[in-house]
Ligand binder design. Structure first.
Ligand code: S3P
Length: 175
């Protein structure tokens, strides 16, 4: 069975939705960032601080290549996974790509709550998010399903994904 891969900008709900979806479908869940943290025994912010973004992207690329070979798994990626076309190519090989989006205001509000994102650690966080969104908007363009999560609770996002999977014949039996 193909993987279900959640991509999207920071704060669009990839991890929360991914966990709920995996639960509903009785499938394993992996979060690429958490796997990187476990492998290096460092938090994402510490990896950026100690080794820099370039290093993080290399590790991320290897981890994406690894999890892309899984089957039947719900995979949540980091927001920057689209920066490498190799990542998307790998994830697509055996994955259905679900893009989650949210408005700038909502992303700002959601990412305010947790201070774990090194790229957003700056004075003017709102403008930083706006800049990054603009830089990346053309990169989030390969997906099978796109859901704007701005005003949807995670459970509703999960329902929409399941509906899509069912209609596409990707689910058999359970779910
Ligand atoms: C990043 C997003 C983060 C994490 C890292 C870089 C990005 O993941 O991978 O801080 O470049 O957008 P989340 O999207 O889960 O916050």
């Amino acid at each position: 069975m193909r993987n279900i891969v959640l991509i999207g900008f920071m704060g669009t709900g990839k991890t929360t939705t991914g966990k709920m979806l995996a639960n509903r479908l009785h499938r394993p869940f992996v979060d690429v960032d958490r796997k990187i943290e476990q492998q290096l025994e460092l938090e994402i912010s510490q990896i950026f601080e100690k080794h820099g973004e370039h290093f993080f992207r290399d590790v991320e690329k290897r981890m994406v290549a690894k999890v892309s070979r899984y089957t039947n798994t719900v995979i949540a990626t980091g927001g920057g996974v689209v920066l490498s076309s190799a990542n998307l190519k790998n994830l697509r090989m055996n994955g259905i790509i679900v893009l989650l989006t949210a408005s700038l205001d909502v992303i700002y509000e959601r990412t305010e709550r947790r201070k774990t994102r090194p790229l957003l650690e700056c004075e003017d966080k709102f403008n930083k998010i706006a800049d990054l969104l603009a830089q990346r908007q053309d990169l989030y363009n390969e997906y099978d399903l796109k859901i704007d999560t701005s005003s949807l609770p995670p459970a509703e996002v999960v329902e929409q994904i399941i509906l899509f999977l069912r209609q596409g014949g990707y689910l058999r039996g359970r779910g």
